[in-house]
Write a new protein. Sequence first.
Length: 447
Amino acid sequence: MRKSLLVILIALGAIIPLTISGAPSRGYAQTGFVQGDEFNNSVFAAPFVVKCGAFAFPTTCRDPQGSGTWNLNNESPGNLRIYTQPGSLVGSGTNNARNFVVQPFNPNADFVVTTKLAFPATTTNISNLGQTAGIIAYLSDDNFIDVARTYPSSGGSQLEFMFELNGTDLVGTVSEATGFHPTVYLQLTKSGTFYTAAYSYDNVTFTPFTATAATPVPTATSTATTPQPTPLPGTLGYTANFSSGQPYVGVFAWGGTNTAVAGSVVPADFDWFRTQNSMTPAPTALATTTGTPSVTSTGTPAPTSTSTLVPTATNTTVPATATSTSAPTATATNTPVPTPTPRPVRRGNNVGFRYISIWYHQVRRGTFDHIEAQASRHVTHGIWVHVYFPTGQHLDYYQNTDGTGHFVKEFNIPSNSISRYSNQAVVTFQLWSGRNTRKNFLTFNIV
């Protein structure tokens, strides 16, 4: 059960500063600006991936599309539909949410993202068990920000703007008990490291979340012991530096931890996910014709609850530490790509893999797969990873592992990746430490 602080909202004129600090990492994806998607095709136009919490069960995450899980422009044409399956990320003891749909972003880049949400999508009769759906900015299972509609066990519906830091929750709410609208527009704004949120019922007039003075308290399962700052009265906003890992932003729906939620799964329909001006549709999806996956140059996995993130109080908005740039993405092509030499990171003779893995050994075209590798030694290595498709297309990653020797990547399977002769793809891994190297490979089938 959630034991977060509910902040009573009033319209004042200050900010609530909360800071996550940590040494910036070079491992985040150089993705530049967040991309929009109208959800009008059978594959994502933006580089969205489907993720789950670390304790999601069954352990194989990213459920297949279908009724009761999630589906794109299928069961609800023109919408991304996500069902509120049992699970949540709230607190540090659950982290079993399933099927939140997110894309990587550069933590030094600003954005405004808006989604049009119908929740519930098919009925107004809903058993209040904590079902929640909306926008999420995600660093790890215990460090994220969301703006959402939720159905608390106390009854009615409410909008929430929540910040979870190392399993400790601070949340502001707006009651929707009067004049309920099935459709709501939710908006999350990032300026530097400062996040604010707003909501609308017409996509014209947006109302920001505001809050009174309050002190965040840890959930019952939280292990965070660092003293928390006391927020000031005013407009609700959170300062969160997500540069210590690879952050993601996108949409989610989960059912909560009440055991009865399995019998009250509710669909949430996301009509679109837009950036900057919410009145301007996102570009038309090209993935159905080009099958070009979006690939980033790096990808350090997000930190877990053992993160060294330390909250500190601040009275000013913290500006971004670097100017955002839109780095190029890798494109599936038949033209060989020159292989650069990785920068030596650490010299040593004992270079090897503890394991390499792929989640799905049979995967559908137009969906995603997930690969991981762990070096034997828990230090930073250089790593080359190549995904070769039967058509000759390939994806190439030249980067470093994280400081523990771990590498993880999610990638898109092009819609035109099967040749007339084969449906088998190959993933090759090459690990480097100084001048020492080790190779290995895996295969998977495309259907």
